[in-house]
Design a protein around this ligand. Sequence first.
Ligand SMILES: Cc1cc2nc3c(=O)[nH]c(=O)nc-3n(C[C@H](O)[C@H](O)[C@H](O)COP(=O)(O)OP(=O)(O)OC[C@H]3O[C@@H](n4cnc5c(N)ncnc54)[C@H](O)[C@@H]3O)c2cc1C
Length: 456
Amino acid sequence: APTMKASASAGQPDVLILGAGISGLHSAHLLEEMGMKVTILEARERVGGRILTLMDQPGYPEMGFNSMAAGYGRGIDAAQRAGVELQEVGARYRIGPPSQVYIGNTAMTREEWARFPGNPFPEQYKSVMPGELVGMLVAQNGRLEDWTRWSDPANAALDVSLHEFLKGQGLSDAAIHLANDLAPYYGINAYGTSSLMMEFNDGFIKTMMAAGMESLAVKGGNQKLPIALAEQIKGDILLGREVLGIVQEDAGTTVFCADGSRFTAPKVICSLPLSALRNVKIDPALNGVQAEAVAQLGYQPISMAFITAESPFWEEDGLAPGMWTDGLLGNVMPQRYGEDPNEITGFIVQARGNLALYWDRMDPEAVKQMIVRRIEELRPAAKGKVKAHTYFSWAKERFNGGDVSYLAPGQSTWVNDMAQPAGNMHFCGEHLATSARGLEGAMESAERAVLEVLGV
Ligand SMILES: Cc1cc2nc3c(=O)[nH]c(=O)nc-3n(C[C@H](O)[C@H](O)[C@H](O)COP(=O)(O)OP(=O)(O)OC[C@H]3O[C@@H](n4cnc5c(N)ncnc54)[C@H](O)[C@@H]3O)c2cc1C
């Protein structure tokens, strides 16, 4: 199996790290700084996990991680250490007219949406676009005095469903369906999503916004970051090593891979998403909430297509390039990642939640055809000008089984149990963060796991 570098390190490592996503790579870096020897086992033939760029497409479209906020201290530090260039992209998101809402075949600006008879939002929210309302209500009406205590058992009684929370804000079922379930920010629908996790997310966003409004991405594609970080790791990073079993004994913990290789070390840090860990045999078995979480934690289905336009049909029809639709097309998002930020380098068409599962049941070529046909139907000026290049599904990815993790109502305290070490096995990964989210949260969780390994 391929290795990132020639095997320089003979003998047993001090720590085996499972997974070469950002949390596994950060764990490796920190342990090596403390003088420990590590080996990383990665199932895929690449590093980066949920950081994935289409390097052969214009504008380097991102299938995973998009950007860091100005307050991402760990992420920015890692980029500097790796020697990759971060560029401000936040302003690019805001160039051009805002996306329009499409209900059925009707395109609407914000003003038109506010007057639309079929708008199911309460009077005071009529001019809020469907994709904005949930975030706005959580931001305005959060119940926690201190959001950093979102997983504190003392607050567990507040962990009703997002659906119940939104009902409490005066939203009807039809309004919740439109504002959340057609394209959920987290999870599959508002019934299955923890309201306290939404408050955690909101608190983190507010903290990041207080640090500055910039959004930073790696120039030339975010995937350069994990690749550069991996190059700085001294220990072996073994690719194509799918972990299938973990056996803990007094003499050490042995990890078994699908290719028949096995590795033993005194300590293991496991960064696998629980959706992947549930396919690994662990002996002795995990128990309690940790076992339940490995079996059940939710991961959000997100699927995407990257499309390009031969000529700017949006200049022809005068409508906004971006489209938020209530139908099978999902959300069409213009990308401006060329040298000139005004140029649209392509579009990411995204389905979240149930729509992603719907797309995933279709043949990928059929999804691409459907997307092109639907854009042409809604915008005749686009006829013959749109080409769909790539279809990508996180739910179908064997080593993810979904995009980011999400908690169901009543699971807000799970994170405390999920993050506990089990014998000599320690855990990190995006799902175990308690004070940051996304990439920054994945790195935060690595720091906790490393401190545990060091016995600090
Ligand atoms: C579409 C999308 C957009 C995002 N946008 C943002 C954003 O804008 N900002 C932000 O902060 N975050 C964003 N994120 C989240 C961010 O990308 C993740 O939080 C972070 O990359 C997760 O890192 P991780 O190390 O926890 O997990 P992963 O990256 O999933 O790493 C886990 C690794 O384990 C490997 N693995 C799995 N199973 C096995 C096995 N059996 N054996 C060996 N190895 C295995 C996987 O291949 C993978 O490399 C986004 C994610 C997605 C998918």
